[in-house]
Design a protein around this ligand. Structure first.
Ligand code: DC
Length: 218
């Protein structure tokens, strides 16, 4: 069973997907982490972020291990390092390359294929797992999403500016929607949930109720 979750930055996808996988007692795949790890590797190697062929090659040879909640690159735990504003700033260029996306989509499918997984990312319901048993699209007002992202970084002890966070989020939103391949789109068969005024628990309960209901009515 694949539970696929799409939605813009700050919609709560990562937090929700992690908790939902625990509740359903199945595995969890954060596809954003795969692109983040690739961005880190490219920055470390001083690679030109516009060089799609070189980046695709780097992606194909990526020594990446996704262990539930943690991300390991070349054997090192990079779970925190891939969630810094530096990665946020550079990732949009990398994820826009169709050649890179094609390698990463294969990698993501290979991880979850034939297993029970909650998978989240911008193109999961549309490109990676269009035939997923359950598809959700999480959304929230952009101001709330920026606030959530700001709080998340602040809680990690990072010194950041709210206006800067908001600007970055808007930029990523724009890039995610305008991309030629794998753009963020609301698939017609996905269940849309506006989380603006909902607590995390309410979102999880809504999703679990939906899944149980569909399973029972099969
Ligand atoms: O979900 P996130 O914030 O960790 O995603 C980081 C970036 O990667 C974001 O700009 C969108 C992009 N992304 C993507 O293009 N496709 C995915 N399946 C997951 C993330």
């Amino acid at each position: 069973m694949i539970v696929a979750i799409d939605g813009p930055a700050g919609s709560g996808k990562t937090t929700i997907a992690k908790l939902l996988s625990k509740k359903l007692n199945i595995s969890y795949l954060d596809t954003g982490a795969t692109y983040r790890a690739l961005t880190l590797k490219a920055l470390e190697g001083g690679i030109d972020l516009k060089d799609a062929s070189l980046l695709a090659q780097l992606a194909a040879n990526l020594n990446l291990k996704l262990d539930g909640q943690k991300t390991y690159l070349d054997g090192k735990d990079v779970s925190e390092e891939i969630r810094t504003p530096l990665i946020d700033k550079n990732i949009s260029i990398i994820v826009a390359h169709p050649k890179v996306r094609s390698v990463m989509v294969s990698l993501q499918r290979a991880v979850a294929k034939g297993k029970d997984f909650v998978v989240e990312g911008r193109d999961i319901t549309t490109v990676v797992f269009p035939n997923a048993e359950f598809k959700f699209y999480l959304d929230a007002d952009s101001a709330i999403r920026a606030e959530r992202r700001f709080r998340e970084l602040e809680a990690k002890g990072m010194k950041i500016d709210f206006t800067e966070t908001e600007k970055d989020l808007r930029k990523r939103d724009d890039a995610d929607k305008k991309r030629e391949v794998g753009a963020l789109t609301l698939s017609s068969d996905a269940t849309y949930i506006d989380t603006t005024k909902m607590s995390i628990e309410e979102v999880i309960n809504t999703m679990v109720a939906y899944i149980e209901n569909r399973k029972n009515n099969k």
